[in-house]
Write a protein that binds this ligand. Structure first.
Ligand code: 4AD
Length: 462
């Protein structure tokens, strides 16, 4: 086939462009002649015409190739799901009574196939079409690059992009500055058991677990700061919500008290959700991924750790701790118990005042009860913990004592300790796992479908 030189020159478009004048066959009105690149998403060969749905990453376009020279080429016989091609033709409104994406269809007059795809439709359809792939199955994980071509999998990634931007906008609105701390570090933040040690020239370094300590160093000169960086955790269990590499949204706020931190966290989560839903694309993706989603109500339910212990023991039957015994003050609230609680309450929970022993060295103690810290976890139904935060110890001596009691050598932390020597301040902050928030928002069973290429124990490909 060749392009008919007497036709108007085609205007190249992407499918986000919705304002292209459409033709109307019934009224004899000609539409715009366009050229569009994309992949075949669906293919239906009928007697009078071949119908294909083209996708270009921005949207879908119904395309009609009248049976005849256009459908009788060798290339047309090889059309398959994912074949990439340039299509040329006139854009028309869909006929009365019919429906198609954006109410339009392309009446193809010419095409150029760019890349063929295997005609083994079964295989690719199974992988991409439903988006209900089992994110635990290794075959699906090996084929993540193809899974990502599916409607659902790509919708989650598009929502992620909007969510990411929503954070940047929300932080900007609050006059917080973005910084970019290093990924190679020589200090730990959240305990030695999940550190990835890496050779670093002639010494050892770790991949960062959290940028918190670096954010703290910015406060005196930059005001409140945030970062959106990767954090790395050598988690040794395979769960719905643990990755070895995740996107960590962290913020640090200066000259605050604990309640300010709680209000800020609640505020930022609600602001981000509002921003996503006020974006037409975000709203559409939410309707696809999470129909019936209800925005969280402010204020969030607040619960102290000690009350949570009582709550767990008051259930019938009581929710046991990780060793199968009744919970006692000082126990870690394990993932299963935490989930049981938040799923039962079925609202976001700000869980506060964890005991000193179960939390990191840097957390400030509650002056009214020195057994506990000014700490908070945000728990979401179906996911569990999405945020961990606290006020920070701001006195030099108490911090030195904390290093000692946790068995940490303070020497590599000289720069962190200097913050307490050169004019300290009452400050606090938090970290939020982007994949966990997205799992909640997009109604995903696991964080694995909330990252492009999930990394967890035993998986570092593709
Ligand atoms: O509670 P975490 O360990 O807190 C910190 O790292 C603090 N230093 C943050 C800060 O105050 N700046 O982690 C914070 C959040 C968790 O609530 C969770 O959402 C996420 O990071 N997270 C993980 N997400 C996926 N996979 C993992 N292995 C994660 N570990 C933590």
């Amino acid at each position: 086939i060749s392009e008919d030189p007497s036709l108007p020159k085609a205007q190249t478009i992407k499918l986000w462009k919705k304002d292209v004048p459409l033709g109307d066959a019934a009224k004899g009105v000609k539409g715009t002649r366009v050229r569009v690149f994309g992949h075949i998403h669906r293919l239906r060969v009928q007697k009078q015409a071949t119908f294909l749905t083209l996708k270009d990453g921005y949207g879908f376009l119904q395309c009609v190739l009248a049976a005849g020279p256009l459908t009788q080429t060798y290339e047309a016989l090889l059309f398959a799901q994912e074949t990439s091609l340039f299509l040329y033709g006139e854009l028309r409104s869909v006929p009365e009574g019919a429906t198609a994406p954006d109410g339009r269809e392309l009446h193809v007059d010419y095409y150029e196939v760019y890349g063929r795809a295997p005609g083994d439709a079964e295989a690719i359809t199974n992988i991409v079409a439903s988006g209900q792939q089992d994110p635990w199955e290794s075959d699906m994980l090996d084929k993540r690059h193809l899974v990502l071509r599916g409607d659902k999998a790509s919708a989650v990634m598009k929502l992620r992009s909007i969510l990411y931007e929503a954070f940047i906008m929300s932080f900007k609105d609050r006059r917080m500055a973005a910084v970019s701390p290093p990924a190679f570090v020589q200090t730990q933040v959240e305990g030695g058991s999940t550190l990835f040690r890496v050779p670093y020239y002639n010494e050892d370094a770790y991949l960062t677990q959290s940028s918190q300590l670096y954010l703290e160093t910015c406060l005196p000169s930059m005001g409140d700061v945030y970062c959106i960086e990767k954090s790395f955790r050598a988690e040794k269990s395979l769960t719905r919500r643990h990755l070895s590499e995740y996107t960590h949204i962290e913020a640090e706020l200066d000259a605050i008290v604990f309640d300010d931190l709680l209000v800020h966290i609640e505020d930022i989560i609600c602001s981000v959700v509002d921003t996503v839903l006020s974006d037409p694309a975000g709203k559409e993706l939410m309707e696809l991924l999470h129909p019936g989603f209800v925005k969280p109500q402010r204020p969030f339910k607040r619960m102290k750790y000690a009350e949570a212990i009582d709550w767990l023991n008051a259930q019938d039957p009581p929710v046991p701790n990780e060793f199968g015994n009744p919970h006692v003050f000082g126990d870690d609230i394990a993932e299963a118990a935490e989930r049981k609680m938040v799923d039962t309450l079925n609202v976001p929970v700000l869980l506060t005042h964890f005991p000193v022993e179960v939390k990191a060295f840097y957390m400030k103690k509650d002056a009214s009860d020195l057994r506990v810290t000014e700490s908070v976890d945000v728990l979401m139904p179906n996911v569990g913990e999405i945020v961990g935060g606290s006020m920070r110890m701001d006195g030099y001596d108490e911090l030195m004592a904390a290093f000692k009691s946790k068995g940490l050598n303070p020497e590599p932390y000289y720069w962190y300790l200097d913050q307490r020597k050169y004019g300290t301040s009452p400050h606090g902050g938090y970290g939020l796992g982007l994949e966990r928030l997205l799992a909640w928002l997009a109604n995903q069973h696991t964080v694995r479908t909330c990252c492009l290429y999930p990394r967890f124990m035993g998986r570092a490909k593709p």
